[in-house]
Ligand binder design. Structure first.
Ligand code: BT5
Length: 289
């Protein structure tokens, strides 16, 4: 919670009281996802051809990791609801019905040092799917948030396993607030949903199909300049004043650029610092901060 500013304990108390206030998901009565419908018009060659859909799971990433450990590849796990959806750094990801909560098992033959290319490609692919299908234009808040305007509409969680220097598998979790009511979430999450932004319910089936197709295409173009350029172009972080919490401590500065290897280039007075991983808070122009 601290990453979203404000006093962590009172923010947490507000979160709990708001989330327990239910019923808060206005699409409760919407049709649940149907695997056969998704598969019937899925344009991918290999991604998601093996698809598992659950009414409820603790976390799609958790299940995907256990399947990846058994050697699966290209499998897609979907859940209507997650009870222990997770974000980065063991944070909680609220996953009511109406959203898209899915995980993919990928096995690119790349060194672990290039794993950032997967995150980059998936962020770009999900943005492409949303803009091509819905005409909305999501931005990417470094490193893994999907925004519409200043508000978070989704997030990516990549969990990787290495064998020596090589990547053994990557499980990539994609969370998209499709048809959910973001006013149920604490204000300091700055959350939104596609239905809120677009003014009407979206077809989750069509969006899953399109997202998987864009991911398969981007994945086959992993490490390309085309992906990097679009990742930069879609960045909501370049040019912003930010506060970064990294292992090495806190840094405040203006984001000059994003490097090809995914690093954030932060200008502080006369020096430019490379930040490879960390949490990023946009400071100016965000909800009055
Ligand atoms: C992320 O983490 O943004 C990655 C989220 C990935 C979720 C997917 S869903 C399918 C798959 N299975 C899983 O178990 N997870 C993945 P992070 O950047 O750490 O953001 C987490 C923070 O976002 C939380 O601390 C809240 O402040 C906020 N948050 C939680 N749920 C949210 C939601 N539904 N919409 C917007 N913000 C949310």
């Amino acid at each position: 919670m601290a990453a979203y500013g404000g006093d962590a304990s009172s923010a947490e108390a507000r979160r709990r009281s708001k989330l327990s206030a239910g019923p808060h998901h206005r699409d409760r009565e919407l049709a649940p996802l149907d695997k056969d419908r998704i598969l019937s018009c899925l344009g991918t060659r290999w991604l998601g051809r093996d698809m598992r859909l659950f009414a409820q799971l603790a976390s799609t990433n958790e299940l995907a990791i256990s399947l990846a450990q058994k050697g699966e590849s290209g499998t897609v796990i979907l859940a209507e609801v997650q009870t222990r959806g997770r974000g980065r750094l063991s944070r909680h990801w609220e996953s009511p019905s109406g959203g898209i909560w899915m995980s993919l098992i990928l096995r690119p033959d790349i060194p672990i040092a290039l794993a950032y290319q997967i995150n980059m490609a998936i962020c770009v692919a999900v943005c492409r799917a949303i803009s091509n299908l819905l005409g909305l234009n999501p931005g990417i808040k470094w490193p893994n948030d999907l925004l519409i305007g200043e508000r978070k509409v989704g997030g990516i969680l990549m969990e990787v396993q290495a064998e020596g220097e090589r990547l053994e598998y990557a499980v990539v979790g994609v969370g998209i607030n499709a048809n959910i009511d973001p006013s149920a979430f604490p204000d300091d999450w700055m959350a939104t949903s596609l239905s809120r932004e677009g003014g009407s319910e979206v077809s989750r089936t069509a969006l899953i199909q399109r997202t998987l197709l864009e991911i398969e295409r981007a994945y086959e173009n992993l490490g390309s300049m085309e992906i990097y350029d679009e990742w930069r172009r879609r960045s909501a972080t370049i040019g912003r004043m930010v506060r970064i919490s990294a292992n090495s401590g806190e840094l405040v500065g203006e984001v000059e650029d994003l490097a090809e290897d995914g690093a954030l280039l932060l200008r502080r007075n006369d020096e430019v610092v490379r930040v490879l991983a960390g949490d990023c808070i946009h400071l100016r122009g965000m909800g009055g901060l």
